[in-house]
Design a protein around this ligand. Sequence first.
Ligand code: BGC
Length: 947
Amino acid sequence: MKIINMKTNHIINPLGFDLGKPRLSFITCETLGVKQTAAQIQISLDEDFACMIFDSGKSKEIDSLAYEVTIELGAYTRYYWRVKVWADNGDVALSDSAWFETAKLDKHWSAKWITPEIDKNVHPVIIKEFPVSKEVKSVRAYVCGLGLYEMEINGVKAGEEYFTPHFNAYNKWLQYQTYDITELIKQGQNSVNVLLGNGWYKGRFGFEDNTREIYGDKFALLCEIIINYTDGTSAIINSDNTWKSRKSNILDSNIYDGEIYDATFNDLAVYDVHEIDLGFNKLKARLSLPVVIKEKIKPIEVIKTIDCETVLDMGQNMVGWIEFKTKAPKGTEIKLQFGEILQEGNFYRDNLRTAKAEYKYIANGDEAVVRPHFTFYGFRYVKVSGWQGEVKANDFTGCVLYSDMQQTGHIETSNPLVNKLFLNALWGQKGNFLDVPTDCPQRDERMGWTGDAQVFSGTACFNMDSYAFFSKYGYDLAKEQEDRNGMVPMVVPAVNVQGGGSSAWGEAATVIPWNVYLHYGDKSILKQQFKSMKAWVDYIKNEDTSSGGKRLWTTGFHFGDWLALDGDNPNLPTGGTDTQFIASAYYCYSSKVVAKAAKVLGDEKSAKEYDALSNEVKTAIIDEYFSKNGRITVNTQTAYIVALFMDLVPKEHKERVANDLRKKLKHDKNHLKTGFVGTPYLCRVLSENKCNDLAYTLLLNKDYPSWLYAVTMGATTIWERWNSVLPDGKISGTDMNSLNHYAYGSIVEWMYRYMAGINPVEDKPGFRQVRLAPQPDYRLKYVKASLNSAVGTYESQWELDEKGDLKFKFIIPFNATATLELPNAKLENVWVNGKPLKEANICASQCGKIVIADLTSGTWEFYYMPEEDYIKGYSTQMPMIEILANEEAKKVVIEYLPQIALLSSELLKKVGHESIRELSTKPFLIIASEILDKLDIKLNKIKISVE
Ligand code: BGC
């Protein structure tokens, strides 16, 4: 037995974070035990646990998902902790030690904010030298630099992260970082150099009129270095007016346009700094995860374009920068430009709008490893100019930067296009989880759009451990609501973007914390966000007065089903679904989420209040939007989807609404038309409502509009629009057209939940229990999914063999349970781990066509012949074009119905998505039902082949 993944506040060994009351979590594995019977947590001031300050004792109450530390914490202190776990089979394990280290807590700053006496547009380096003459035990630096900073001690970069002090609502709070610089300090004279850049704080950013100096117009630094000597004494080096500054080699930088670095610039003039009053109240120990180089990739090709440009193809739309080594002669100007796609064989970047996205390096003749400091790019292609000699792929490295999250989920299927889709969504997350969940990483936007983050948050939590990332975003979001009367701005941090309060976007306040709670089982996210969640719903409640006492949300601007294909105003693509219907639906949904959160937090009064509110809204929606027989009066795909997903449909009409959705899709040739609101729930609603076949049809469609259309067009990330690139390879427009926009990547949540069947359950969150309900389909031969969840690793696999038998394999981690739902199964026919289920010691029952079984930790292999064939034969009920696409089936059809061969291709195009049976009553194709029955017998024998 082994204990792994020891985290504090869901971060491994956090240094200098604001931890509040720290929560410890861990995973126990490598045991045949099933349950934790007890655990013991110890905290010590030393690694050997000689100075123990806390011992929980052996306890049955310790929750491995979140154990709250109750001791009073001191500043500047590293706490070591370890845990011992007892399992029900007698196994016992003691963990290694993990640690967390506090920052300043409430200790006052003795350092001063300083700013260089240099033109505010010149990028400075702030410098200080200090002596060290005694043996050093430990050294820490507590630093905040504005806009962005990188610190070097004796010429070596401190820490491995970039873009400090991170991106947050700087007008409300500022994060300082803590560095352990013990190893960088030497005896004798030491130097600190802090390079400052514009970043989000003072560089060009945002998209309204005033896009510079949004948060401040001066570079500034605050730095305290505390040296602890082995003799027990200590010294402190504070930033103050004895520090100096120089002009740095960075001639210019900002997030959108890039960076210019002049290595020939060698102005040794030293300038004074002076103290400025930025105050200390806004300072807070960091919450942001470090943004680090998570991966490095090499160009797959150096392309000579038709216009004779030299372009690197990274083979992947990625976010970060290019690093290269050069020894170019002095004065050589090397320029890199970044773009997402080639057009007509040439470099292209018009869809980045005004973002220049460039890097310029002026060489000084010395060998150097070169990279930008205060900018990043979203790109697949890099145009290289000014390079001396041949451009070789190996000279360049793509550094992929994002917040330091661990990947937790993976999915593989028998269909390579589906696998690529999964990876594209994962890359969308890598590219857009750079401290803030952004809409896109490349054009003149890159902001924390709330709606995009909300719809993708479920997928994000499956893919990566996103707790700490979303916890910081939630903190920012709540701060932004404070002076907006609970209204959630369109983007968080709000930068200079006015307005907000749109449904689905504002739902970032409720949906994200709920998803995080569900995935990680730590209710402190709800505690942290509860005021904000409530404030958002209260904001809506204040807004709904205009609807004459009915609980509907009929006021304000809403983005609606953004970018859906059924709208008719291309200039305002809010889609075809009544935006007030969507707004009211979210009103109902969010109130329910607040009620559930209140319940978890033991606030029964709020739970009742918001539950009642949600029910009132539901009643009002039913009155306003449903006929008494259950017809939804808003006739769009998204309206049906939202109604079913958000539980707005009266029970007795559920089946009808699901059927209406089926009909609606059929009318739309079984292709989606949904935007930001409908897309994330589309397949989930289908699979949940007996239309799993349609969910797979939509997943597997390859023609526009579909998920796989982009994949077949060579996409390596998720596009903003269903047709960002047209079938002829031309970009469909430049106005709002990113090729790395994760919102539609939310299909991946369906893959985990329905294709692989791994579902968290609300009353045992953090995957302490799962509903394991995979829904196979004959169009995939197998699916293999794994999830390193908060309790441990789950695996869920299924395979449909040649005979049509179903095989499942599941791994349930230690201290977790699963309720398995085997589809299309008969209890008597199911085998588990080599013996009949009935003889196995498992609690199992038949519920309609489903066999339900309770599983505990372990490996489980199930096997049975499904009650109904999964491998389907052709039939007259299928769309005619699908039958005609198969030569053998086509032959049979023509043999029985020679008139089909005579139908014109235009007519086929028009009606081919309908089935032969449906068309059999049309004047151009009257067919007797006996013939159809005979044809079906023949067609059924031809099995639909799987790719
Ligand atoms: C962004 C989105 C965002 C939308 C809101 C766009 O410019 O890129 O993804 O949600 O605006 O309408």
